[in-house]
Design a protein around this ligand. Structure first.
Ligand SMILES: Cc1ncc(COP(=O)(O)O)c(C=O)c1O
Length: 389
């Protein structure tokens, strides 16, 4: 079969590959602690499941509008308006099967050959993959350990050119747990307005900020979703709904209609019953979600303290999301070698920092969306394995 040239430009997400390797070891009888996949270990809160079941039983089993059902779009518009302190019309909302399609559709709609897209590195690997797929040039901006994994805004200013068609932000961030400060967001907003560049702000971890409050670039002058910011969000992380596939984007109306057209051409629409469940998630009890967020905060303390007690590892306290991103350079090994060694020798599945781009070298990512018992088991195993190096 001859594949289209564009397929050679498409990357991937290695978390799923490591999961397959870990499962193969388990099939041989090995006990593996899973810290590779970024998904809550909790079940979807019961009130949300009930709303989904009720929707199915009451015949919400048909096609719905490509951009989403009006009730869910309204709930999203209210949520974003209330938390980002901006006006949001439901026409700015496009519902998609997960947050990932918003990345795919927005980059495809805005970037092409000759364009440049600035994105965080280390960062979610799909940004770079889709920028390449679209034929545009990926321009990484390095997240720095010494800045608690934020970037230097002066560096961003230097990277913006007349060809820059999009700036991608992600705060709280995967894989580092870094959070952009209000001052940095304000400075980034000023650059975007001055240079007239749209910003794709991946806010999927917005409810997982452990110190201080969540802040969005969309709250600054000239940056509302009606004007310039494309907010990417979804229910996978906050409501433990990864397998439901439910996400959304909130963006300027002219872009929303293009993204809805991409939905019509690919998925037709997002499953109807998940949107009813998603409406309950936003408008119903938040107890289930709050309990999960409290558990993540407790686990963060345990894993970061434990990692810092292991000689040759050091770990910045992540301010958000559910990932620890320790520095492994003192082991003398590459990130990939450490990740392979921990899986094969210690039975702990982690990801190499380089799974998130070239500036991830020197780090590994551990997801702490798992029980304290598992975290302690992993820490003991990592400590023993690192001591043998
Ligand atoms: C930074 C970031 N954005 C977006 C997503 C996409 O999530 P989903 O498509 O499950 O909503 C993820 C998932 O891991 C993520 O880490």
């Amino acid at each position: 079969m001859k594949f289209a040239e564009r397929m050679s430009r498409l990357g991937t997400e290695t978390a799923f590959e490591v999961l397959v390797k870990a499962r193969a070891l388990e099939a041989q009888g090995r006990d593996i602690v899973h810290m590779e996949i970024g998904e809550p270990d909790f079940d979807t809160p019961a009130n949300i499941v009930e709303a989904g079941v009720k929707a199915l039983r009451s015949g919400k089993t048909h096609y719905v509008p490509s951009a989403g059902i009006p009730e869910f779009k309204q709930a999203i518009a209210d949520y974003i308006a209330g938390t980002r302190h901006v006006e949001v019309d439901p026409d700015l909302v496009v519902v998609t099967p997960g947050g990932k399609p918003i990345m795919f559709f927005v980059i495809l709609a805005l970037a092409e050959a000759g364009d440049e897209v600035i994105y965080p590195n280390p960062g979610f690997p799909i940004y770079e993959s889709v920028i390449n797929f679209a034929g545009a040039k990926p321009v990484p901006i390095q997240l720095r350990e010494e800045r608690d994994f934020s970037f230097d805004v002066a560096e961003l200013r230097d990277k913006v050119t007349d060809k820059t068609t999009l700036i991608i932000l992600n705060s709280p961030q995967n894989p580092t747990g870094g959070v952009l400060s209000k001052e940095d967001l304000k400075a980034i907003a000023e650059i975007a307005v001055e240079r007239d560049i749209p910003v794709l702000s991946d806010e999927i971890y917005d409810n997982m900020v452990y110190d201080g409050e969540f802040a969005s670039v969309a709250s600054f002058p000239g940056m509302s979703p009606a004007e310039r910011t494309i907010i990417l969000n979804g229910h996978s992380k906050t409501y433990a709904m990864t397998g439901w596939r439910l996400g959304y984007g909130v963006m300027p109306a002219e872009l929303a209609s293009q993204v809805a057209r991409l939905m019509t051409n690919s998925n037709s629409c997002t499953a109807a019953f998940t949107q009813w469940a998603g409406t309950e998630a936003l408008t119903g009890s938040q107890e289930g979600s709050k309990k999960m967020m409290a558990a993540f905060k407790e686990r963060r303390g345990v894993i970061v303290k434990g990692l810092n007690e292991i000689p040759n590892l050091r770990c910045v306290m992540p301010k958000g999301a559910f990932y620890a991103f320790p520095n492994i350079t003192e082991t003398g090994m590459s990130s990939q070698a450490v990740a392979d060694y921990l899986l094969n020798e210690a039975g702990v599945a982690v990801l190499s920092g380089t799974s998130f781009g070239k500036y991830g070298e020197g780090f590994i990512r551990l997801s702490y969306a798992t029980s304290i018992e598992n975290i302690n088991k992993a820490l003991n195993r990592i400590s023993d394995a690192v001591a043998k190096l």
